[in-house]
Design a protein around this ligand. Structure first.
Ligand SMILES: [Fe+2]
Length: 280
């Protein structure tokens, strides 16, 4: 049977992708950030899963204000990197796992989570930047990827608690897939940041640290955080952190923290990263 072996949390700041694509990873501004992911790249090479269910949000690339799915799952055979205004990122095409994706879609919908099924979808920096951070520059991504897109752009996004419960249902879906597959779940976005308005540039290290602590400690408290608390404490774009709760919900009651990294700033954003494994 398929099993979930680990969860990864990571920011997906677009400028990180641009830094890698333009050969700037060794520059003083970026070097500490990329160095912070070296441990995880080594770990990933040793623990390489077959499939990553990659939870992210689209930034008006595949969707617009015409259609706003709360939760969407990519069931296609493959996905093109999106053109976000400067041409598509020069990264490999994202290869899906259609059989597992369709199984998850069916299981989630029958489990009363109303997923939008995407048979064609371009994937933007929300999905490709975490791949770059975890795998570096590669000719092809070494894993199959199932995109799971969450609306955190247009109010109202789903609650953190709803996301956590979706993660629990995702774990049930993966466990009931008959093929023996090693699956990871990644949650991306955040951490504290606000891109516009009077509070643009807001960073809250204390909030971010507490959030990372609570992923393996006070999960119940984390599930209860309201949209207002995310936005007030950590800035308007910090609402992306609800996507980390899908990853956390998929890992079960107890987890072990293998790695944590926190770095400020990257393009006015606090970058957070965590690697968790489920503990029975
Ligand atoms: Fe984002």
């Amino acid at each position: 049977m398929a099993r979930i072996s680990a969860g990864v949390g990571s920011s997906h700041v677009p400028a990180i992708g641009a830094a890698q694509d333009n050969g700037k990873t060794a520059e003083a501004y970026w070097a500490p950030l990329f160095a912070g992911f070296e441990w995880s790249r080594r770990w990933m090479r040793e623990q390489l899963p077959d499939v990553v269910v990659l939870v992210y949000n689209d930034h008006a690339s595949a969707f617009s204000l015409d259609i706003i799915p709360t939760f969407a799952i990519g069931c296609a055979e493959s996905f093109s990197p999106a053109d976000e205004g400067w041409g598509p990122r020069p990264v490999p095409r994202v290869m899906g796992h259609a059989a597992l994706a369709w199984h998850i879609a069916e299981s989630l919908i029958l489990d009363e989570f109303d997923m939008t099924i995407m048979n064609r979808m371009d994937v933007d920096h929300g999905l490709t930047v975490p791949l770059s951070l975890m795998f570096g520059e590669v000719a092809e991504w070494p894993v199959k990827i199932i995109p799971l897109a969450v609306n955190v752009i247009q109010y109202p996004p789903p609650t953190g608690n709803r996301c956590f419960r979706l993660g629990e249902a995702l774990a049930r879906a993966v466990r009931s897939f008959p093929e023996d597959l090693n699956v990871q779940v990644w949650g991306t976005g955040g951490m504290s940041h606000q891109l516009s308005g009077a509070r643009a540039g807001l960073i809250n290290r204390e909030f971010d640290t507490a959030f990372l602590d609570r992923l393996s400690g006070d999960v119940r408290g984390l599930r209860a955080l309201t949209h207002e608390e995310y936005v007030r404490e950590a800035g308007s774009e910090a609402i992306e952190l609800v996507m980390w709760l899908i990853m956390r919900g998929a890992l079960g009651e107890n987890v072990k923290e293998l790695r944590r990294f926190y770095h400020v700033p990257a393009s006015n954003t606090a970058v957070g990263h965590i690697v968790l494994t489920p503990e029975s």
